[in-house]
Write a protein that binds this ligand. Structure first.
Ligand code: AMP
Length: 421
């Protein structure tokens, strides 16, 4: 029986790895520059964490979670996102007792039962950060600037920051009743799902793609005008801190984000190089989540981006130069010289030069064929003559040139040549 991969998942093959390494290493580097430390939480959590944290009426909790009962009769969920687990860990580990803010980052797989399409999977990877402890517009702006800085450093072009404020919980009732008022005349003609949204989570209706909803919201007032003065002033201040850091943005009044925990600033980073699934990164302020999950009242700000989607863009841009192959193939001619081959390889490996060997072949021609297949940049050939003379033949696999060099010059020569690759 042939086994197929589960729908919505993919193997990440070695050919894709240079992209993964580029994104992961740049993320860690940039997060460190801003004072963030890594945290790793379990891949599964108790289900109520997400029901409470993300919200019962969100699409994720209603339709997308991988939830199962384990052998101990507990309801377990594969994490669909990283913020609720980090918030739980913050509370469980008494992080609030630490002096100063908690600046945390994570990377790893997330699971959502969504309809798969390009850029949308059921297992995907997010890299994200959470800044927990301070309610100040400079935190929102510095964090968005960090995301922008990171995307630039990875080499993404054509990305845009979209930003909005959905106000605090005190602003929410007014916005929600206004939305209901606008939608009321067409409510009964909407799908059951949208009717449910209007009743339970009306804010989500603002970014709906349903044409009936859109036409009725055309004249909907700018959400900023419905915010309380404190929230308006907060948002203005976030924008001016972004200006100070030269981060370009576009205020987008219909941007509301899918998760219930957001308050005040919300933002997304989108790419013109992606089709329908054009959001790479999403985040915002969530001042109520930690309290909602049983912790002390603690404000926070965070974002997450999807690694697979970022790779789609990088592949499309085709502008990022990925690491070239810097390995050396060792080709001892004749079985009797294989141990010599091991010695050469181990000497080079100890000095950081990747080496490959193949002792199933002893003749030059099949050895060179193998060297080509492995994408080696250079091959070291050594037969009886070379052993007698304490030399080795260095073959450049790109140009085909070969030269004889002294054994005691191998390391020096390869180090120098590989530095130009
Ligand atoms: P969210 O947690 O929904 O705000 O998503 C943040 C980012 O994660 C998105 O902008 C995407 O880049 C990525 N993402 C979310 N859902 C998926 C998915 N099903 N497949 C691939 N990437 C996703």
């Amino acid at each position: 029986m042939k086994h197929t991969i589960p729908r919505g998942t993919k193997d990440i093959l070695p050919s894709e790895m240079p992209y993964w390494h580029l994104i992961e290493s740049n993320s860690k580097k940039i997060f460190n520059l801003y004072g963030y430390q890594e945290i790793r939480t379990p891949i599964f959590e108790n289900t109520p964490l997400f029901e409470r944290g993300i919200g019962q009426d969100s699409d994720i909790v209603k339709k997308e979670m991988y939830t199962f009962i384990d052998k101990g009769d507990r309801s377990i969920t594969l994490r669909p996102e990283g913020t609720a687990p980090v918030a739980r860990s913050f509370i469980n580990n008494g992080f609030h007792k630490k002096s100063g803010d908690s600046k945390l980052y994570y990377c790893g797989p997330m699971f959502r039962y969504e309809r798969p399409q390009a850029g949308r999977y059921r297992q995907f990877h997010q890299i994200g950060i959470e800044n927990i402890g301070t309610n100040h517009p400079s935190i929102d702006a510095e964090t968005i600037a960090m995301a922008y800085h990171l995307f630039e450093s990875i080499g993404l072009t054509k990305v845009k920051v979209l930003i909005n404020s959905i106000g605090s919980q005190t602003c929410r009732p007014q916005i929600e009743s206004k939305i209901k008022e606008y939608i009321h005349p067409v409510l009964s003609s909407l799908s059951e799902d949208n009717q449910d949204k209007v009743m339970k989570n009306p804010l989500r209706i603002l970014d709906s793609k349903d044409p009936t909803i859109q036409s009725h919201l055309k004249k909907f007032p700018d959400i900023q005008s419905l915010l309380r003065p404190e929230s308006q002033a907060y948002f203005k201040s976030v924008l001016s801190y972004l200006d100070a850091q030269n981060v370009p943005y576009q205020v987008t009044p219909t941007l509301v984000r899918g998760l219930d925990y957001y308050t005040e600033t919300v933002f997304e980073i989108i790419s013109d190089d992606l089709g329908a699934q054009n959001t790479i990164c999403g985040g915002g302020r969530y001042n109520n989540l930690i309290k909602e999950l049983g912790g002390q009242d603690t404000p926070a700000f965070g974002f997450a981006f999807g690694v697979e989607r970022m790779i789609l863009i990088l592949e499309q841009q085709n502008t990022v130069s990925l690491e070239q192959d810097k390995s050396v193939f060792i080709a001892p001619i004749g079985k009797e010289h294989q141990n010599d081959g091991f010695k050469l390889a181990n000497h080079l490996r100890r000095h950081g030069i990747p080496c490959m060997l193949d002792f199933t072949k002893n003749d030059l021609s099949p050895l060179l064929k193998k060297a080509n297949k492995t994408n080696a940049r250079f091959t070291l050939i050594s037969g009886q003559n070379e052993v007698n003379n304490q030399t080795v033949i260095l073959k450049d696999m790109k140009s085909g040139n070969q030269e004889t060099i002294d054994r005691n010059k191998i390391l020096e020569t390869l180090t120098e040549r590989l530095s130009y690759v």
